[in-house]
Design a protein. Structure first.
Length: 259
């Protein structure tokens, strides 16, 4: 069969693997199946060790593993310079990074601190702009950037609080970046993933109720899996989606269409 994905030997940067449950790890697994070269970034030593273990267990080879703290411009610049030197051309970036302080997710949204608000925005939304800027010089053959969002960006999901506002900001950022980068044939989209048991999800107090509700009410009557999110991300990175940019693509068993 003809290679319709055209991902073989493409250099894709995956940011945000925390452990085996991470959406970013699902993306990486799908990329490997399509024959892509995967470059990972990590923030803390702990994530680096987990990543090495996951790769070893899967018998997988990383093209490079580079330290990158998205709250720091120099760190981002250094990371992408290093990646650029190692691989020459970057064909895609999966940005699967978000953070809010636990105390800003616990109480009422109105209690969000100024610092907490700024930090959630910086880590979860501004970081995509900084990453796009740093990776752009190496995306000389066009390419695809994917961010990870959630329904809490456009509707109130109990307990999602400041993270919902950060994701709304992320989705708007996707559209503005798509407009900027289109002339370079770089596409920017977001995947709005349904609820998946990840490390990040643990911070949302009502998470178990959310999972249960989705199973009962979503059109497909099931929660989505890490694999489903990974495969759709692969499709959005691939040649198949070459005419699509600035979109928020829902991978949530159809839950978002319900009134």
């Amino acid at each position: 069969m003809e290679d319709i994905l055209q991902m073989k030997d493409k250099n894709i940067v995956v940011m945000g693997v925390a452990n085996q449950r991470s959406l970013a790890w699902g993306v990486a697994k799908s990329l490997y199946q399509a024959g892509a070269n995967v470059i990972f970034t990590y923030r803390k030593e702990r994530s680096y060790k987990k990543l090495e273990k996951l790769l070893a267990e899967g018998g997988l080879d990383a093209k490079a593993i580079v330290q990158c703290d998205v709250n720091n411009d120099e760190s981002i610049q250094r990371a992408f310079t290093e990646i650029g030197e190692k691989v020459g051309v970057i064909h895609g970036v999966c940005h699967s990074i978000a953070f809010a302080h636990a105390e800003d997710l616990k109480g009422d949204f109105i209690e969000t601190s100024r610092d907490g608000f700024a930090f959630a925005q910086d880590t979860s939304a501004y970081s995509l702009i900084a990453v796009a800027k740093a990776s752009q010089p190496y995306m000389t053959e066009g390419g695809s950037m994917i961010a990870m969002s959630y329904l809490g960006a456009e509707r109130v999901v109990e307990g999602y609080n400041v993270m919902g506002v950060a994701k709304a900001s992320l989705e708007a950022t996707v559209r503005y970046l798509a407009s900027d980068l289109g002339k370079n044939q770089i596409r920017v989209n977001a995947i709005s993933a349904g609820a998946v048991r990840t490390l990040a999800a643990k911070g949302v107090p009502s998470f178990n109720e959310i999972l249960h509700k989705i199973e009962e009410t979503a059109p497909l009557k099931k929660n989505v899996t890490q694999e489903e999110v990974g495969d759709m991300t692969l499709a959005m990175m691939s040649h198949l989606s070459r005419g699509v940019t600035g979109e928020i693509v829902y991978v949530d068993s159809g839950y978002n269409i319900l009134g």
